[in-house]
Design a protein around this ligand. Sequence first.
Ligand code: FES
Length: 162
Amino acid sequence: MTKLQQKKPKISMKQIEKIITEYQGKKWALIPLVQKIQEQAGYIPPETIPIIARHLGLFPAQVQGVVTFYAQLYTTPRGNNVVRVCRGTACHVRGGKSILKLVKQHLGIDEGETTEDMEYTLETVACIGVCALAPNLMINKETHGNMNPKKVARLFGKSEKE
Ligand code: FES
């Protein structure tokens, strides 16, 4: 699999603009608006930023600032599954770094990237709160503890090569 960050939103620009016009002049509604766009389009296409600004009566830089500030808002398409490998101390000392390396190899992508088939986006997190099971990773909302090469291979559907 190779990386690809070029994919169209799940709904058309026309539909996105329709959502934006519902918020006409409502500066206070910037966050709910961008959340709604992300929910329906899969992400916030960067070309929508000046349109949002114009309709809400804000500067594009203000909209951009909010979208970049919140880690939960994305301006690039995300995979159907988000994999988060823990890079916290407990996981690190128990081999988290090797787990991350293996996941990267299996998916053929680096941190912050999405597979070409849009199946997986790979991220790292500081700690997912289950240090006793280190090393850990999450796939969407599900935590997978005591990770090892075999488990990584099983999760990502490929046979382990030693
Ligand atoms: S350090 Fe990984 S879960 Fe806490």
